[in-house]
Design a protein around this ligand. Structure first.
Ligand code: GLA
Ligand code: ZN
Length: 686
């Protein structure tokens, strides 16, 4: 049953629209605040994200607190009908703290395993009791002061937690304690799980364990797990005063898409609402729509983490400043990017940042209000246009996405793949491979969720798990059950290789999936960048494969053990061996794609599955290249978002169905002209 979720905070029954706001950088020109209020209303922004890096202005000297500027800003924003996403400031700390309590600074490899000097940001020790206590004090003060403030909408805890590990004595000690719990205080158990007999690295005492030895893959996996858990522990400590004093204010922390270092599935469990920061490198040498698809998958991930509307906490309203080349966002693309979040189930469009700062490393980063603070800039006008569109879409707030397809992306699997040495060191590209498999659904307007190895798969028709290298206990069993009950499962080369400690399976790859897949994967060939192996579709195969395809990077050599070949390699010494197979199992089936294939392979293969499984598409018709359509629904009303990432105009042939343009109210039928970089929101009319 599809339902409508309440708004992120019922105080604001609209889409949240706004940006990071730093009035503490403008204390010498207080008139800026009034001007900001005028511009805020003009741009259709309703929410400011305040205080992300404001600790030094709240507490310039230990124990001396000032909140006057924030009082003034919050009051003004409330008076003007706006809201505040209020941050806790732990992303950067005042200089006095690093000076007086050096233990708060991270010890890491970037500084030769020394403490980082006071600089930059996002570099605190997560274990330090002093840092946790200082965070508790400032967070308590903020919660006490603003708990009844009408503007307070959401807590934004810290900023972009990242996994850059801290190697201080406190963190190492906490890691060893974490290991004792994981391995039942049994060093033998740990030594076995990590296969430390290799290169003679067995540990005789817990104190000898130091997570710098990249040759012990099991240890590095546990170190990553520990860093996620320690981040969660730190996050929960930060949340404690907020939960106690403001139980009704939802809490988030801003994630970073597929950022490799922390397991977001775990962190999301502790959040009330998921949010993330999106910075795709549009207009580089690749097609814009490819980044569009990548960002779509990231939105699907963020929505799926809690299976409810998420937030886009940051994106640049204009240019970025930290890419090697920072191109201006082409006209129209910003609106596409904003509505893309909404299309995929998000309930906010927020920016870094509201007003460009005059100094500091990010002074050339895009903002709604430029150094010359005019409402006549291209960027301001485009933000304002998006503001108007968002304001006309109140009926969409809280609706959701109903996916029949799930893409399996798992952080622990990624850590394992990233560190393996072989079959290729480079171009393993787990994340990109997931996007490549997703693109066919994106191009056909079929919604997808993102799941991991611990998820429940029973509600999906199709589960796609590219490169499922690590298979943790219970996962293969749940996949088998899913297929037995009629589900369709797809996996690829480099799957079913190792367990949760990165110990290789010894029952023949794909290990615990071997019986389900009906293949034994004996060896895997790696190709140089320029090499290709031809893959030829079998005559009359049931997967819609047709003709010759090009395989690159990885070619798995499998033996059929009950599965049927759908295609075969057509060159190399393995010419004639199966390159894609299907195994019918229970009421479902399981596909093994043995090589990394070209886009045409994915299109033929997945479009056939889309038709066979009658997967719901946003629009009944074919979409032009570079365009996707995504549906949000409350079970009664469907809102179809059409997102066009093309530089040139295209046209959609809508067929017989009539629609209403939800923004303009105009009826749309037969053909829909899409100018370059454009969006439409349609509702079917009978
Ligand atoms: C990140 C940070 C912001 C800002 C932007 C710039 O997402 O959270 O503070 O630095 O990048 O793109
Ligand atoms: Zn530390």
């Amino acid at each position: 049953m599809t339902k409508r979720f309440p708004p992120i905070n019922p105080k604001c029954p609209h889409f949240i629209h706004g940006g990071d706001y730093n009035p503490d950088q403008w204390l010498r020109t207080p008139e800026v605040l009034d001007e900001d209020m005028r511009l805020m209303k003009l741009s259709g922004c309703n929410t400011m994200t305040a205080g992300v890096f404001s600790w030094a202005s709240y507490e310039p000297r230990e124990g001396e607190f000032h909140f006057d500027w924030l009082d003034a800003a919050m009051d003004k924003i409330a008076k003007n009908g706006g809201y505040v996403v209020l941050a806790t400031p732990s992303g950067s700390r005042p200089a006095w703290m690093s000076e007086k309590y050096p233990e708060v600074c991270r010890v890491n490899a970037r500084f030769g395993m020394n403490r980082e000097p006071h600089q930059g940001r996002h570099n605190h020790c997560r274990t330090s009791p002093v840092y946790r206590e200082k965070c508790r004090i400032i967070n308590t003060k903020l919660a006490e002061r603003y708990k009844d403030h009408p503007a307070l909408l959401v807590w934004h805890v810290s900023n972009e937690y990242n996994g850059g590990p801290c190697h201080c004595e406190l963190c190492l000690e906490a890691f060893r304690e974490w290991l004792k719990r994981r391995y039942d205080h049994d060093l033998d158990k740990l030594n076995h799980a990590w296969w430390t007999a290799f290169w003679g690295h067995s540990f005789g005492e817990w104190e000898q364990i130091n997570p710098v030895d990249w040759s012990i893959h099991g240890m590095m996996l546990d170190w990553n797990r520990f860093n996620t858990d320690q981040t969660i522990d730190f996050f929960k400590a930060e949340c404690e005063p907020l939960r106690r004093l403001t139980p009704d204010i939802p809490i988030t922390t801003n994630l970073m898409g597929f950022s490799p270092t922390l397991d977001y599935f775990k962190i999301a469990r502790e959040m009330d609402v998921v949010s993330w920061d999106s910075y795709p490198p549009y207009h580089d040498r690749s097609d814009d729509w490819k980044y569009g698809a990548h960002v779509s998958l990231a939105h699907d991930l963020n929505r799926s983490l809690k299976q409810k509307p998420h937030m886009q906490m940051e994106c640049s309203p204009g240019v970025q400043n930290w890419k090697p080349v920072n191109k201006l966002k082409r006209p129209g693309l910003h609106i596409v990017e904003g509505l893309q979040c909404i299309a995929h189930g998000g309930d906010s469009v927020q920016y870094f940042q509201w007003r460009k700062n005059r100094g500091g490393i990010e002074k050339f980063h895009g903002a709604v209000v430029d150094h010359y603070p005019s409402e006549n800039t291209r960027v301001f006008k485009e933000v304002s246009e998006l503001g108007k569109i968002l304001a006309s879409l109140d009926d969409v707030v809280g609706t959701t996405v109903n996916a029949e397809v799930a893409i399996l992306y798992d952080w622990e699997n990624r850590w394992a793949i990233d560190q393996i040495s072989g079959p290729r060191r480079e171009k393993k590209d787990y994340q990109e491979t997931c996007v490549e498999h997703y693109r066919s659904f994106w191009s056909s307007g079929v919604s997808c969720d993102v799941v991991n190895e611990d998820s429940d798969y029973s509600k999906y028709k199709l589960l796609i798990a590219p490169m499922l290298y690590m298979v943790r206990p219970g996962c293969a069993e749940r996949i088998e059950e899913f297929v037995r009950n009629g589900g369709v499962f797809v996996t690829t080369y480099l799957s079913g290789i190792a367990n949760e400690s990165d110990l290789c399976f010894t029952n023949g790859y794909p290990g615990p999936l071997r019986e389900l897949m009906g293949v034994w994967a004996e060896e895997i060939d790696a190709l140089y960048d320029e090499e290709k192996v031809e893959v030829l579709a079998a005559e009359g195969n049931e997967a819609g494969l047709n003709g010759a395809y090009a395989a690159t990077t990885f070619c798995d050599l499998v033996h059929l053990e009950g599965a049927k070949a759908l295609a075969a390699y057509n060159s190399e010494f393995y010419k004639g061996r199966p390159a894609a197979t299907v195994n019918h199992h229970g009421q479902g089936r399981a596909y093994y794609i043995a090589s990394r294939n070209d886009d045409r392979f994915h299109a033929d293969f997945y479009n056939t599955l889309i038709n066979d499984l009658k997967l719901r598409r946003a629009l009944g018709c074919k979409l032009p290249n570079g365009v996707t359509a995504q549906v949000r629904t409350d079970g009664q009303r469907d809102f179809i978002f059409i997102l066009g990432f093309n530089r040139e105009p295209v046209q959609i042939d809508l067929g017989a169905q009539k629609y209403r343009d939800v923004v303009s109210g105009v009826e749309v039928q037969s053909t829909l002209a899409l100018p370059a970089y454009t969006t439409r929101v349609l509702e079917p009319v009978s």
